[in-house]
Each structure stands twice: as structure tokens, then as C-alpha cells.
Design a protein around this ligand. Structure first.
Ligand SMILES: Nc1ncnc2c1ncn2[C@@H]1O[C@H](COP(=O)(O)OP(=O)(O)O)[C@@H](O)[C@H]1O
Ligand SMILES: [Mg+2]
Length: 323
């Protein structure tokens, strides 16, 4: 189980003791008269939501439909907040989601940003992400599952619970599988405590579809289904370039076609994991680069320290055994 993101002070957490709490309470309940108006730009700036949305646009290549959906959700929550200032209580929208896609398509990364966004819009208190799999929720013995699942839920409260490969919770072949117990607890909490927790189920599209058809209760609690398509070759290249830039590397011009060729070949191989495979390739190129520099000895300048050469990629197994 991993936890990302920092706990921040949000709605519902009141620093500064009872006086401050009372003051904040007063500020919250003061309803605007019907003829008032709210400066939308100001409201938007105050929430700092654009910083998260812009970072999402800037730092993630492609994923246009995903980014659009996240923007729409942000708009809905922003408008809900303004409506609430006039005393309109539309209830919290259901924001439980399902992210489908192959490994390395950005599901976890987007979930982290989503948690931050929901926090800035006051939907959740903390804005952290707790990422789990079946093993974190389901016990091996009778009586172990409920406490495990409840412990995870407790840790995730105020943030986003990300359940990777969620369909492993359900085993069609075994009616008495403990996974069923975890599903039932999740269903209850998703219904009753959705004011402080967003659940994101993630995994392959086809398996998720059959999970939902066997678990209609789960399906009906998911408000947003977002699909993360596999990246095209040029997107993988752009992702690689971005990763290298961020780490203070650039490609030697002669290495550019080699890197492109690498991506093409790696895509066609087993266990290809989209952007994650690109990240791993760059990590290994960095290793070869470092070894190459040490083997060469002598003087190194900034260019040598920051430039990945064709050979740093050609050493990979995707190019076959080297003479
Ligand atoms: N569109 C993208 N642009 C840049 N980097 C990406 C993109 N999608 C994924 N990555 C990077 O690839 C790696 C794997 O992504 P991740 O979110 O863990 O995928 P998933 O959860 O779908 O398996 C991470 O390092 C992530 O930052
Ligand atoms: Mg992931």
C-alpha cells in the first residue's frame, strides 16, 4: 500500500481552536441574497484549481479526453460551491470513478492529481491518495478481511482510495471468497461516506467490464468511467523526451532515430507497459551512459554529462544480441 500527497488543512479541519472554528462556521453559513453575484474569476483563482489543471495539461502528454473530463468535474464542483453560497444544497455529486487502461497509461498519475484537485475544491479534507490492491484489503483467514478493509478505508478517508486491478476482489469460481466481504464493506462506505472519500477502481477495460456485470451494485456506484488509451508511438517519444528533460538529459541528435526505433520495437514486445516502459528504458540508458563515461576516463564536460548517445540505447536487448 502506498500513500502519496501531503495532508493539508482543508474544509472540516479547523486549526486555531474553538474561537476560530466558530468564526469559520459563521463565515460558511452566511448565505448570499438572491440579487448578489459572485466574481467567477476570483472564485476560481481563490481555489487554485487552475494550477492543478494546467500542470495536468503541461506535464502529461496526450490524454485529451481524460483531461477534458477532469476539467468538467472541476467546473461542476466550482459551480456547486458558488451555488452553495446562495444556500442551494444540491448534495454532493457522486465522484467514484473507474479508470480503465493498460499498465503505464497514466492512471495512477492522474488519480494523484485528481486527489489534489478535489482537495482544492473542498470536496475532500486531505487530498492524499492511498493506492491498494486485493492483498491490502482481503485477508487469508476467516475474520481477517473486515479489519483489513476497514483499516485501509480509515487511512484513505479525506482523500482518494485507488484500487488497482479491482476485479481481483471478485472470484467468480469461489462463492465463499473473502473478496466478497471486502466488496460489501466498500459498497457501504461508497454509498454512505462519499462526502469524505472518493474511490477509484482501476484496471484493464475488459476485465473491469466483466467485474461490473457480476457486481451491479459496484457498477451503479461509479459515476465516471474514464478510459486511458494506449499511447501512440509519437506520444511515447514525447513522453520520453519530457522525462529526459526533467532529469537533466538530452538526446544526442544521432540518438533520436535510435530512440524512436527503440520505442517501436519495445511496443511490439511482451509486457510492454506504455509510459512505464519508456521510463525504464531511460533509466537503463542512464546506467549505460554512466558506465560509458567512467570507462572512457579523462575529462568530462557538461555536454558529456547530460547527453545520452545512440549507444546508450543500442545496448538494449530489443536490438538483439550485440556482436
Ligand atoms: N501522458 C503522460 N505523460 C508523461 N508521463 C506519463 C504519462 N502517462 C504516464 N506517465 C508516466 O509513466 C509512468 C507510469 O504511469 P502510471 O500513472 O503509474 O500508469 P498506470 O497507473 O496506468 O499503470 C509514471 O512515471 C508517469 O509519470
Ligand atoms: Mg498504476
Amino acid at each position: 500500500m502506498t500513500e502519496t500527497g501531503s495532508a493539508r488543512v482543508g474544509f472540516g479541519m479547523r486549526p486555531g481552536g474553538a474561537a476560530a472554528a466558530a468564526e469559520e462556521e459563521a463565515a460558511v453559513v452566511e448565505t448570499l441574497p438572491p440579487d448578489a453575484s459572485i466574481d467567477l474569476a476570483e472564485e476560481r483563482a481563490e481555489s487554485h484549481v487552475d494550477e492543478v489543471l494546467d500542470a495536468l495539461d503541461r506535464e502529461l502528454v496526450g490524454l485529451v479526453p481524460v483531461k477534458t473530463r477532469i476539467r468538467e468535474i472541476a467546473a461542476l464542483l466550482l459551480v456547486d460551491r458558488m451555488r452553495a453560497r446562495f444556500g442551494i444544497d444540491s448534495g454532493r455529486p457522486n465522484l467514484h470513478m473507474c479508470f480503465t487502461g493498460s499498465p503505464g497509461t497514466g492512471k495512477t498519475t492522474v488519480a494523484v492529481r485528481l486527489a489534489e484537485l478535489l482537495h482544492r475544491l473542498g470536496y475532500v479534507r486531505r487530498g492524499h491518495l492511498v493506492s491498494v490492491t486485493r492483498d491490502d484489503l482481503v485477508g487469508q483467514y476467516v475474520g481477517h478481511t473486515a479489519p483489513k478493509t476497514k483499516e485501509v478505508l480509515k487511512r484513505a478517508m479525506g482523500g482518494v482510495l485507488f484500487i488497482d486491478e479491482a476485479y481481483y476482489l471478485y472470484r467468480a469460481e469461489n462463492e465463499r471468497d473473502y473478496g466478497q466481504e471486502a466488496i460489501e464493506i466498500l459498497l457501504q462506505v461508497m454509498e454512505n461516506q462519499r462526502d469524505d472519500l472518493v474511490v477509484v477502481l482501476a484496471g484493464y477495460k475488459d476485465r473491469m467490464d466483466s467485474f461490473f456485470s457480476s457486481n451491479p451494485g459496484m457498477s451503479s456506484r461509479i459515476a465516471h468511467h474514464i478510459d486511458f488509451p494506449d499511447y501512440a508511438a509519437d506520444e511515447l517519444e514525447a513522453i520520453g523526451t519530457m522525462m529526459m528533460e526533467r532529469e537533466g538529459y538530452k538526446l544526442d541528435p544521432a540518438a533520436e532515430p535510435v530512440f524512436r526505433d527503440y520505442v517501436e520495437r519495445r511496443r511490439a514486445q511482451p509486457r510492454f507497459a506504455n509510459a512505464r516502459s519508456v521510463r525504464n528504458a531511460i533509466e537503463r540508458a542512464r546506467l549505460r551512459h554512466a558506465n560509458r563515461l567512467l570507462d572512457a576516463g579523462g575529462a568530462v564536460d557538461l555536454a558529456a554529462l547530460t547527453t545520452l548517445a545512440a549507444d546508450d540505447f543500442l545496448g538494449s536487448r530489443v536490438f538483439g544480441p550485440r556482436p
